[in-house]
Design a protein around this ligand. Structure first.
Ligand SMILES: [Zn+2]
Length: 456
């Protein structure tokens, strides 16, 4: 063999080795099995632990978890809570660790939890990537303290009741009043730190009523306190209304062409169904949205005068009426009347009997020109079918101020005022808020007595 060909072979071999090496390096740097990402540990910096439920820890890595170890340190001693070698391919590992039965100071309330995780990567000379995390564990096995200070004696179906209570926890997470029908009422800080007030409402459409204060802390300790109200049932009227062609072709057709022109091609009866069901639903949702706001700043007290929205107004329809509509003796649709209707002269001026903020003053489907005023503590008054406004949205109004004139806008036949009261989004009996005795017995005397008890 000639010298030249020998060196050519050597160069070829060297080249081959270089390319293989380079390829290997490229492979190591780009291959998943040599990835350099450290495992992820999903864990907050500080955790409250009630010791009843296991602590949930999740670790994750693209190339899989090889090893995970969790230990707890009390300042002097450390105890391994969990140590796991994982052979199977597992990109996510969920751990549920429990407090050790022995080895740590049982009176200690603050611990340090450390987690070590190693992935299955071949990086670091096949040792893998490691991650460490430390977090402060605060042991909290105490449920929030809840004491009812005072509450209204009774609640009437369709009506409202008051509760004043004390709630305390170093790490309070949530506080609300739970009901049997899924609605939650939220309390407002009241009078002095740690005390709260709330109204609760029993909707006309719900058969039974029960309410409990639910306080939850960050460690997951929950306390529930039932509020004992005497339940007073009330029967609401049901009525059957025969729909006339004059009504369908007049008011209903006008409402459709004005507020839902896209539905103009519907038959007269279908138009009625649309107005009474679809339009009504949207209008009530708009009301729910603005009447659900509750103040979160501490209030010192709460007072309202009885509402008297229309001077010399005669009641022409009552709250809670369940109306069934018929056409040619056939049932067509139904609805609940969520307010009290008053009529006096046409375009009579109406007043707000209490200070408040105008949170809504605009057209709202079947409610026509619709005003909603916030009076604080989640209490709202509503005025429908107005012919003209004397206020605008955002205005601060004073008790006794004229706010609008009655009319026939929306689903109204004659000139009248539709007056509604809402508590945290629930329509309630306006009669209670117009009744000085009810206001005193169910709200003000409860508040006064509660303040005295808090001061003691
Ligand atoms: Zn009405």
């Amino acid at each position: 063999m000639k010298r030249e060909s020998k060196s050519a072979v050597a160069a070829w071999i060297l080249g081959f080795i270089l390319v293989t090496l380079l390829g290997g390096i490229v492979y190591i740097f780009t291959s998943n099995s040599f990835e350099r990402e450290v495992p992820e540990i999903a864990f907050p910096k500080e955790i409250e632990w009630n010791l009843k439920e296991p602590l949930k820890i999740q670790v994750a890595d693209e190339s899989g978890i090889r090893f995970v170890e969790v230990s707890l340190f009390d300042g002097e001693k450390s105890v391994v809570l969990e140590s796991k070698e994982i052979t199977a391919m597992q990109q996510i590992v969920d751990l549920n660790v429990t407090f050790p039965k022995a080895g740590l100071n049982p009176t200690q309330k603050v611990f340090e939890l450390s987690i070590k995780v190693v992935d299955k990567s071949k990086w670091n000379f096949f040792a893998g990537n490691s991650a460490y995390a430390k977090t402060v564990i605060k042991v909290d096995t105490k449920r929030p303290e809840v004491t009812i200070v005072n509450n209204s004696y009774k609640i009437t179906k369709g009506g409202v009741a008051t509760v004043v209570f004390r709630a305390y926890d170093e790490a309070m997470k949530s506080l609300y009043i739970e009901t049997n029908f899924g609605k939650k009422f939220y309390p407002t800080p009241f009078y002095k730190e740690g005390y709260y007030i709330s109204f609760v409402a029993w909707p006309t459409t719900v058969e039974n009523f029960s309410a409990s204060i639910v306080a939850t802390d960050r460690a997951g300790n929950i306390s529930r306190s039932h509020i004992a109200y005497f339940l007073q049932d009330k029967k609401y009227k049901t009525s059957t209304i025969a729909l006339s062609d004059r009504f369908l072709e007049g008011k209903i057709t006008d409402l459709i062409s004005e507020m839902a022109p896209a539905q103009s091609s519907l038959l007269a009866l279908e138009k009625f169904k649309y107005v009474n069901e679809e339009m009504r639903k949207g209008n009530e949702e708009a009301i729910l949205k603005v009447t659900s706001n509750i103040p979160t700043d501490l209030i010192k007290g709460f007072y309202l005068k009885p509402f008297y929205p229309l001077r010399n107004g005669q009641v022409v329809a009552s709250f809670g009426d369940h109306r069934f509509y018929e056409y040619n003796k056939q049932p067509v649709s139904q609805s609940f009347h969520l307010g009290l209707d008053f009529a006096s002269n046409a375009q009579a001026s109406m007043q707000t009997s209490n200070d408040g903020v105008v949170v809504f003053a605009r057209e709202n489907g079947i409610y026509g020109n619709n005003i909603i005023i916030s009076h604080g503590l989640g209490v709202y008054s509503l005025y429908g079918h107005c012919s003209s406004y004397m206020i605008k949205e955002g205005d601060v109004v004073k008790a006794g101020e004229s706010i609008a004139k009655t009319g026939v806008t929306g689903l109204a036949l004659g000139d009248h005022l539709h007056f509604g009261m809402y508590v945290q989004g629930v329509d309630v009996r306006p009669e209670e808020w117009m009744d000085e005795v009810w206001l005193k017995e169910s709200i003000f005397s409860i508040i006064d007595a509660a303040k005295k008890m808090i001061d003691r």
